[in-house]
Write a protein that binds this ligand. Structure first.
Ligand code: C5P
Length: 245
């Protein structure tokens, strides 16, 4: 296609990011650490041509993968379908459904130091997937949905659990709901953000979050997801190191 291929020069942005990652050792707060990040939406098949999904673009998760890599981490990015390429240097595991994402996470999460659940995992999937395309009819149709596995919460069943960071995208009572998730899913940190506000959240290039932990609350105001990811990685690295002390 002339756009990608072996030997082709990286984009200017990628060259700058790679150089920054390797030259700026002062910012290598995750040097030698293994970080797994889930990103993007999951898609849950209804039949061979239809699915249930959500508006996640994957931008926040991919920015976190880039920031963690720049901070010296070995990064595994488990991603649902998005319209972006993985940052150079990051190991990409592509999945579609919540079940595939769960299996990909379980395959190597025990070797990780830090897990960041940034994916907008579908909470429900159709109970059965039709093998043939469902034909249109004038009748009202009901699709029976069944809950998916909670990937983040499932880390609590592991014999060795990595430092766990969750996201809580809410449209109301953000802090209360986020703190509820911090406790329910036994995360070390949760990134709470208000979705549904123009210019932040799903699909947008900017975002604003409140970082909540046990005895910790930090407001990260609206900024580019690239900058926000760097700030989040710095807080994650600090809190992870304190927990290890
Ligand atoms: O409960 P809720 O979906 O709002 O929780 C959001 C957090 O849980 C995010 O970190 C998300 O990646 C994670 N999650 C998950 N598996 C699910 C649902 C959510 O890992 N099935």
């Amino acid at each position: 296609c002339g756009e990608s291929g072996a030997g082709r020069l990286l984009t200017l942005t990628e060259i700058v990011v790679q150089l920054t990652a390797h030259l700026n050792s002062a910012e290598q707060c995750l040097a030698g650490k293994k970080v797994m990040i889930t990103a993007g939406p999951t898609i849950e098949a209804i039949d061979p041509v239809r699915f249930l999904s959500n508006h996640s673009s994957g931008k926040m998760g991919y920015a976190l993968a880039q920031a963690a890599y720049s901070a010296g981490a070995e990064v595994t990015l488990v991603s649902g379908p998005v319209a972006m390429s993985a940052p150079a240097g990051v190991t990409l595991v592509s999945v579609h459904s919540a079940e595939q994402m769960f299996n990909a996470v379980q395959a190597s999460v025990q070797q990780m130091d830090i897990f960041i659940g940034c994916a907008a995992v579908a909470d429900y999937r159709p109970e059965s997937v039709q093998s043939q395309k469902i034909k249109k009819s004038p009748e009202v149709m009901t699709i029976q949905l069944t809950p998916t596995i909670d990937i983040l919460a499932s880390l609590n069943d592991l014999p060795t659990k990595p430092f766990a960071v969750g996201f809580a995208a809410e449209t109301q009572n953000i802090k209360d709901y986020a703190l509820g998730k911090l406790e329910a899913k036994k995360c070390d940190l949760i990134m709470a953000n208000h979705v549904g506000i123009e210019g932040t959240g799903f699909g947008s290039d900017d975002n604003a979050v409140t970082v909540l932990g046990h005895d910790l609350q930090i407001e990260l105001p609206k900024q580019s997801k690239t900058m926000l990811a760097r700030a989040m990685i710095s807080i994650i690295a600090d809190t992870y190191k304190q927990r290890k002390l």
